[in-house]
Each structure stands twice: as C-alpha cells, then as structure tokens.
Design a protein around this ligand. Sequence first.
Ligand code: BGP
Length: 478
Amino acid sequence: NKKGFSDDFLWGAATSAYQVEGAAFTNGKKASQQDIINQNNYKERGFATAEIASDHYHHYKEDVALMKEMGFSTYRFSISWSRIFPDGVGEVNEEGIQFYRNLIAELHANNIEPIVTLYHYDLPWALVEKYNGWLDRQVVKDFEYYARYVITEFKDQVKYWTTINEQSVIVQYWTTKNYVPKELQSNNQLRFQINHHMNLAHAVACKLVHEIVPNGQVGAALGYSPVYPLSSKPEDVMAAQNAHDLRNSYYLDIYFKGEYTKAASIYLEEHGLAPIIEKGDMELIKEGYSDFLALNYYASECAKACPINSGKKIRFNGVNYSGKKGEISGYETHPGFYEMCKNPNLDTTDWDWAIDPIGLEYILRDIYTRYGKPLMITENGLGAFDKLTVDKKIHDDYRISYLREHIKAMSRAIDYGVEMIAYCPWSAIDLLSTSNGVKKRYGFVYVDRTDDDPKQCERIRKDSFYWYKKVIENNGRE
Ligand code: BGP
C-alpha cells in the first residue's frame, strides 16, 4: 500500500512578509511591530533590520521566476497588515494592496498556487501605540476589519488561507515574535491572554473564509514539536505528556475541538496564568472550525520531571543568538509539571535545534490519527551559516541532507495513510531570521547581503536549488 506523493501534491516553499519584502516604509506602508523589534535588534546585536530584508518587494518577479525554475506548484507567503492598512484600520493603502495583486497575478501566470498567511508576527505598530496590540481585545475587531478586506479582495485568486502563524511560538517568545512593553514583561498570564485573543482572531478569519471564498480552505499555521521523555522513568514520561498538553494540544484542541486542553488549563489556572475568557468566546471559537492544519516543523523537543519543591521558578524558552552550539540561554520550566531539556540522542544545528526527521513522521501520524484533517507543511528547514565561494557558489550539502530526510519522513507518513496537501520548506529564498539577522540562512537561493550592508541583494542559486528542482520533477524522489 505504498502510495507516495499524489499527482496533485503541492511542492513549494515559504516566506513571510517582514522577513523577505523590505520596503518597510515605502509607498505608504508604516511600521509593523517587527520593524520596531528589528531596529532594536540592530542596535543591540547588529542584526539586520526589516527595512530592506531581501528586497523581495522590488525583486518579486525575479523571485517568482526562480520558483518557477525550481518547478514550484505552490508558494506560501504572508500579507503585511501595515502595508494594506498602515494605521491598522481605516483607509486602505492602494499601493500596498497593489503589490499583492501583482504578486498573486505573477504566481498564477506561472501556475503557482498561493497559500496566503494573514498574520506572521507583524502587527501594525499603530495598534501597539493605541492599545498595546494583542494585549487588548479590540485587536480582534481590527483584525477582522483587515482580514475581511484581504479575503474579499482575493476570494477568486486564493483557495488556501492560513490565519495566524505559530501561536505556540508567540507564547514562548512573546517579546521577539510580538511587542510587549518592558513593564508588562514579567506578567506571564498575559502570554496566554494574547494567545486567547489570537484564538478569537483565528476563529473570525476561519468564518470569513468559509463565508466569502468559494471552495476556500483555512487553518492555522502552528509551530509544532513532539516532546520526548528524557528517559523511560514514568515521571519523565508524565512530564513529556504534560509538556505536550501545554505546548501542543493546548492549540490543536482549540482549532479542531473548540476547547482548551483540560490538564493544561488546570495547570494554568492553578498558577494564575489562565486567560480571561468572556461570554460567547468559546462559542465563537467552535464556529471558526479549521479545514486543515498547516505545520511548521523544525525540531523535536525533550522534557524531564521537575519536582514542585525543586526550588526552580517558572520560565519560558531561551534562545541562542551566537550560533555556537551549547549557548542556549535556558529551557522552559514549570515546577511540578515539566522542564524542557536537551535530548542527548540527537545532533543539533548551530543554534541548538535538534535535527530529527523521524519526529516529523511521528507528529504527522499522531496529529492525523487524533484529528483526522488533512495536513500541510508550511515550514521545515535548516538554518545555517552559508559561505559564498569565490566563484559565487553555495555548497549546502548539510541543507540537502536535512531536507532529504524530512521528505522521506513525510513520504512514510503518507504511506501510513496521512493525507498531505503540500510541502513548503523554509525558505524559498534567504531572508531575515526572526532573531538572528541574515547570518542564519534557510533559502534555496542565496541573497547576497550582510547584516549591516544590503549591497544589491543579488540572487544566487545554491546547490540545494538544483537538488530541490530534481525532487519536484520526480514528485518526491531524486
Ligand atoms: C518560525 C517562523 C519563521 C522563521 C522560522 C525560523 O518560527 O515562523 O518566521 O523565521 O521559524 O526561525 P529563525 O528565523 O528564528 O531561525
């Protein structure tokens, strides 16, 4: 019963607006919170800002031509809210929407099916200034205003919509994937409050797609990692289950069952972390059902028991800014529930992300068995320091072997009956990393720039470009 990839399986890659477009203040666009966060990153660590990024705004035709050359049948990208509504709501910015009309027309002219993400970390800064952005319920109304406009505009051109990118990751890294004023950053309950507002916004967007787009399909794009127990000691296995409930099911159960996972909710309530839920919220969440789940998978995670009397405090995930293995600043800890840790059985990227293709097969099979909805991969990839040779080549065999093993894992999941729509690794071309500037690269196409010097952003095909082209030509086989 080995089916392999179906003939209509979509092959492509992904990007997000602020990470790739640049033109952050061009033709009417105003700042998003990421423009501000990245300006601070530049001052503090010397990482590139989003002002030019990969200058896709001015190179989009060339970029789509490169996608066509690789044989893409799909492309996942996001729309910048503050390009369309520079103040978050109000007057539409005609030049802003025109950019996406042009991009989507260019994709269709090349037979590339767009997968559009409505929100990828880049809230209009105006809404942060007005009411602290996602911290205020007003954001759900304003998101609806923006989403309704975009969905209506592209109802005949876009079939696949993803709502909010990586809510689970936003909860973990809530000051880099989202802007939070310094004085509020010690209040961990607010992480779950903004997540609740995002759940409402997600539900609203799902309803809008169902109402407006003929044959439209919609789902969230969730950052998802399986959690393995550090050992087979029952207390570690229990801890891994707790982590799975709070880090994964807490989101999936909302998307597919319209409810918060019990154990995770009880843990949050006991620690004063639970969101305030108003009358009618859970009904709205139930009405905004998803048609599929888009998954962003990079790495698996590992957890161990953390006794309540360990003397440790609640903390969320650490980061590795240096790109030197072992320099992660810490692990998520919930005394009495679980503590995340390094998996000694897996190699990692330079940024301490565990490389684990089997983890992908594991989650695809597990999620499909539990929720029974089709899945697509909207991100998967290897961040690395790519080195441009003197003859302008990038020999990224490390990326090829990462992607090869993950494609095989996805193919095994299909053979075991999982329904898969698309594979969109991260990223179509090099772009700005969310926390590491342009040193950490993911693309099939090298964009020639450094953190402090955008140069001309010349496009150079990497070895992985030619490799992926062959994979697509042979529908998943090399
Ligand atoms: C995901 C995000 C992307 C992306 C990717 C790689 O969390 O959806 O926007 O950037 O991770 O992460 P990073 O850029 O931090 O290496």
